[in-house]
Design a protein around this ligand. Structure first.
Ligand SMILES: [Zn+2]
Ligand SMILES: [Zn+2]
Length: 340
């Protein structure tokens, strides 16, 4: 792959548009896709429409898992700059907000899991974790302090601002190719399924399943969520070693995203997939009785960042496009509520 210099660092932008979507905008968006999915009952769709929905669901699930999460948030592998953009654009199709906005909130979650400042904390109630944080309008703006390694890329900042463009184009394409049935089934129904799948991850990743590692939080591994969400259910593994491209640490821990990443690595589209060493696999393991007990949530920020080799921003050196290898400096503060 060709190498090229990273673009100049852009000025730190602390105030911006509603990259996470405003309250009314997100509510309207989710209402529309749910109404569209209900419309499937009144339209005649074909097997092809169903297959398109399934394929679109898988592609979007992969892009938000591999692109937003494992690559942009954790630098768990390397790729070219154009592939970085494609993965980020594919993640936008999942309708969870712009890539930089999402990554900043996700890194904040890792630093403050189970504390009162954790965005997804189940302490605030199930519905807050499932849906509330996303449509509350509380976290509208991107906290660029948490993503100094990513905000230097103008194309990512642009995508972060216009993140609704990729899904809008996809919806338009389906309407043009197959008409209303394809739009309702291929786009709306698959969007609703993905929406609830992602919401389940936010709501259950710290409450459903078992714990293998003492991560200082209540993160858990769930086989069911891992099957449904391409490996994202191995959340306790992930909190233990965030820089890994492989969330299912053992062969029996199914991880669809990692399988696809390995295929992409075979054809040279991604490379340097990071995996845990034997020492990391053995570290901080819980004994059988400890696995069943969740630690009491602490309402003081954990604060302690993982070592650079394990940290959220840990990469292994620069590549063609990519984010810097150092873990971003984290103040842990979310951008305050603002009127957009
Ligand atoms: Zn993560
Ligand atoms: Zn977590």
């Amino acid at each position: 792959m060709a190498t090229h210099a990273a673009p100049p660092r852009a000025p730190l932008v602390r105030q911006g548009p509603c990259e996470g979507g405003g309250q009314r905008g997100m509510l309207l968006l989710y209402l529309l896709i749910h109404l569209g999915a209900l419309g499937c009952f009144w339209c005649e769709f074909t097997l092809i429409d169903g297959l398109i929905a399934l394929a679109f669901l898988q592609v979007r699930g992969f892009c938000i898992s591999a692109g937003y999460h494992r690559y942009l948030a954790h630098h768990a592998f390397k790729t070219s700059r154009w592939m970085q953009f494609l993965l980020a654009a594919g993640g936008c199709l999942a309708l969870r907000g712009g890539p930089l906005w999402w990554v900043a909130l996700h890194r904040h979650h890792h630093r403050h899991s189970d504390t009162e400042t954790d965005v997804f904390t189940p302490e605030t109630g199930f519905w807050w974790s499932y849906l509330g944080w996303l449509i509350s309008g509380r976290y509208r703006q991107t906290n660029y302090q948490l993503i100094p390694d990513l905000e230097r890329y103008p194309e990512l900042r642009w995508l972060n601002r216009y993140w609704l463009l990729p899904p809008a184009l996809a919806a338009l394409l389906m309407l043009c190719l197959g008409g209303v049935p394809t739009l309702l089934v291929g786009f709306c129904l698959s969007s609703v399924l993905l929406f609830h799948l992602m919401a389940m991850l936010d709501a259950f990743n710290h409450s459903l399943g078992f714990r293998r590692y003492n991560t200082g939080d209540s993160s858990r591994n769930s086989f069911l969520l891992a099957i449904l969400a391409m490996g994202e259910g191995w959340h306790n593994n992930h909190h233990h070693y965030q820089a890994s491209a492989r969330l299912g640490f053992y062969w029996w821990e199914v991880d669809g995203t990692y399988t696809v990443l390995r295929l992409l690595a075979c054809v040279g589209l991604v490379r340097a997939l990071r995996t845990p060493s034997a020492a990391i696999l053995a570290r901080r393991r819980l004994n059988p009785t400890e696995k069943k007990k969740a630690p009491a949530p602490t309402l003081t920020a954990r604060g302690a960042l993982l070592p650079a080799s394990e940290g959220a921003g840990a990469g292994s050196g620069r590549r063609d496009a990519p984010p810097t290898a150092t873990a971003p400096t984290c103040t842990g503060e979310l951008v305050p509520r603002a009127v957009c």
